[in-house]
Ligand binder design. Sequence first.
Ligand code: NAP
Length: 472
Amino acid sequence: MNKNSSNMMALAPNTSNKRETVCIFGTGDFGRALGYKMLQAGYPVVYGSRSRQTSSLIPKDAEVLSHTEAAQKAAIIIIAIQRQHYNFLTPLAEVLHGKVLVDISNNLKLNQYPESNAEYLAQLVPGAKVVKAFNTVSAWALQSGTLDASRQVFVCGDDMEAKQMVMDIVRAVGLTPLDQGSLLAAQEIENYPLQLFPMWKFPILLSLGLVTFFFFYCLTRDVIYTYIYEKKNFSFFIAISIPNRICPILALTLLSLVYLPGVLAAIIQLYRGTKYRRFPDWLDKWMLCRKQLGLVALAFAFLHAVYTLIIPIRSFVRWRISSQTISQALNNKTEPLDITNAWISDSYLALGILGFFLFVLLGITSLPSVSNSVNWREFRFVQSKLGYLTLILCTAHTLVYGGKWFLSPSSYRWYLPSAYMLSLIVPCIVLVVKFVLIFPCLDKPLTRIRQGWERNPQYSEQSNYIINKSAV
Ligand code: NAP
């Protein structure tokens, strides 16, 4: 036990008189970790176990008894045992009658059983008051004290008093209880730890799809075409040139996809003349994962910056510069500085640097620690105004990249335009529509709609009627 925990134990006698004994069934990883925490918080702990033999792993201040004996000593019993072993509780139904049973179990798959583990426990021991809690906290986090990622404990149960008792324990061990309502919420709570980045699925699948598409697009245009028509082997483009084309394309496209649903939502609200009708499901889901889309876009922008920095040390680039210098020397002719080109190239770089800077700023403000410290108006200013400015700068960076060759017929190979031109489609649509939407004739009604005004109030009356009818 570390110094901190022994200090806490020293404080325990002041409070232990007030704390009720808590029983934990099961001396496994979670039972032991929770037992340590509860002893530190001043709760007397008694374990109910199949074996009364104590081991050095079990907290030494806790008693280890049989299940029946342990259950008799406490009003709250935490079941730190897997669901498949719950059958042993049926013969204990009498001794468990009226007790608070805390179900902490998890499953291996989402919706693995027809009913939640907590509801199953309530069926096995009908006289007990079952509360679901602690399942989102890991034994490792409890023991090591690194609880930042999972400080929240979701609690649900049908008996208010029992739920309150469990929430008191949650607070006492330094965690934050979140009341999720009745035991019906248990299935959802049991699914929480099994979800795999639910908000990241769409952005990652979309990025993978776009990366694959643009990889083959660039391969066709830049490697296969030049090999067939110019007899040049540029296959090494696969290592750096093509990725450095894909990364900015993805960064810009995904950034514009962060702002596209907002623009679509505005059009829908203007068309319907109300904000009280639900958006289609796909739009709702899209809006929910905008932060993740933006972060994936930022990752691609970072990669683009890194790839760009190493361009001067590439052997192909060094060869091209030296061969140009040698050919000028051999011809005894120095090419004059093209001021237009110099302007285009410097503007392109400046727009890229500024766009990237604002992109990073947007990413930083989306961090919970930063977003929690700004008010709603500040957050909106950064995410909306600075966000659009970032989109404008990055779109301009890409437009200027095309420079004088933008839309020139020679840039088409097999009728395919350069990949960067494709990346401009969505951002340009978003920026043009947003520009139209800020005209007062559209902005004013939109602002009123968002404040609750309705062009045709029948909609809300109809929906109220439908809601009332279904309630009857
Ligand atoms: P564990 O280390 O395998 O311990 C389970 C305990 O259950 C055993 O030590 C044993 O205690 C008891 N047990 C085993 N078979 C039994 C049977 N047939 N009849 C009666 N008791 C039996 O598992 P754990 O990791 O502590 O997990 C316990 C529960 O907590 C699970 O439901 C799990 O989903 C949940 N949980 C675990 C974590 C975690 O990080 N580990 C996190 C959240 C939730 P005795 O030998 O003392 O009888």
